[in-house]
Design a protein around this ligand. Structure first.
Ligand code: ZN
Length: 151
């Protein structure tokens, strides 16, 4: 029987090797920068909105495999979501990687592929790598100008 953790590991490596939506977005409605000093991950996330629907998300930056794969999967997950759905997804994702009971936010949207990061809760130092892109997109949505730091 295959261990799902092997599959998850593989998906993270795949997204690190060829990330989705890693590009410049010329006509972004908003963008924000994030920095995780613990690991050295740096990211810029750009978003495009149509009223309260996320129509496009892209990122640039450099970081470890976890932060890059997380940004890649995040951009895929957020497209087409409303801002409320995006917030709920982040809440669920954060609870998962922190190893908290998901029951606290059970009515949120399904995590789907984001579940590949469920193993991160065993490595507390990597939680910030996994959540950096999410904190940064949140800042972009809220149009905050300061650089987001995970510290
Ligand atoms: Zn990292």
């Amino acid at each position: 029987m295959n261990d799902p953790r092997d599959l998850y590991q593989q998906l993270i490596l795949d997204h690190n090797r060829s990330p989705k939506n890693r590009r410049v977005m010329e006509d972004a409605d908003s963008h924000a920068e994030g920095f995780n000093p613990l690991c050295g991950d740096r990211i810029t996330v750009s978003i495009k909105l149509d009223n309260d629907v996320v129509t496009d998300v892209a990122f640039q930056g450099s970081g470890c495999a976890i932060s890059t794969a997380s940004a890649s999967l995040m951009t895929e997950s957020l497209k087409g979501k409303t801002l409320a759905e995006a917030q709920a997804l982040f809440a669920r994702f954060r609870a998962m990687v922190m190893g908290e009971a998901a029951s606290a936010c059970e009515d949120g949207p399904a995590l789907g592929k984001l579940e590949v990061f469920s193993g991160v809760c065993a490595f507390p130092a990597r939680v910030k790598c996994a959540t950096l892109a999410w904190h940064t997109v949140k800042a972009a949505i809220e149009r905050r100008d300061e650089v987001v730091t995970t510290e």
